[in-house]
Write a protein that binds this ligand. Sequence first.
Ligand SMILES: [Zn+2]
Ligand SMILES: [Zn+2]
Length: 337
Amino acid sequence: MRAVIMNKPFEMEVGHWETPQPGVGQVKVSVRAAGICAGDMYFYLGKNPYAVYPQVCGHEIAGIITEVGPAVTDLEPGMPVVVEPFIGCGQCYPCRVGKSNCCVNLQIIGVHIPGGYAEYVIAPATHIHRIPAGLSLSSASFAEPVAIGVQGCRRGQVSAGEDVLILGCGPIGLALIEVAKARGANVLAADISPHRLETAARFGAETFLVKDNFMQTILNRTNGEGVPVVMEATGSPQAMEQSVDLVAAGGRIVILGLVKQGVTVNLPGLDFTRKEMTIVGSRASVNCFPAALQLLADGSITYPQIATEFSLWDAPQVFANLAEHPGKIDKGVLVIN
Ligand SMILES: [Zn+2]
Ligand SMILES: [Zn+2]
């Protein structure tokens, strides 16, 4: 089959890759849309420590089932579906307690095993979700990033009527904004980039440019109390440290941003008891795809509207371009027509 092959950092080509066949419990999907994620970009830039080359990337995948393997009962060829890319081992402690997103042997389609930048992809039937009627394949490929927003909001127990501050308006921050709004929260969003804040405002967030008096601005906005829920989606240690000062006493902090390996975050120890804050991490998603697809189908999520579509076979030029001009587009989706 034709595939976009990442041979090594900065070397991507359209070439031939062996067509995969579905084994027991597996499904073969004809790819129609595959999002470009920061993770794919890291693979391209040689910044993903788990990357093994050559590889077919792409983990935000929507397509049509073309074949099902033995023992697959509830799925059949012709169904439009999305692929949930995180495959747990089922054996380790997090898998046993239903947190396969933290599996210690996690396999990700498009990172550890071939992904969606190809004509076909194979996935376990357990990781296939049917696309609700009326939702396009291109929009459905947003199920993965939206699911990350669902997971973050569940971890933070975001509920109606409360203020939620989202630090960072990149792809994850934007997903968080719309999911939090769909849950009825008042969303405050902060970033250092005015352009990103424009997009955040379009999604209905009250926006704040991070500059010298940012902390005071947020405290003033919340009558000096701080924010009930702070969600950190920048990966910057400084932003994580700030979240402890920004959160209200009794509030919750959700950390989604990835800090570089080996980097330490300093937190004021006394505040843990003084504020009795809850700090939780949030990694990828587990059991969030159905909710994400529903939010996309019912129009709560408008994220796909800011995407730029490219032909999958133009991926080498698209990646080279994005590597040189990182902020050029808000979100890219590669499609096969
Ligand atoms: Zn992604
Ligand atoms: Zn596991």
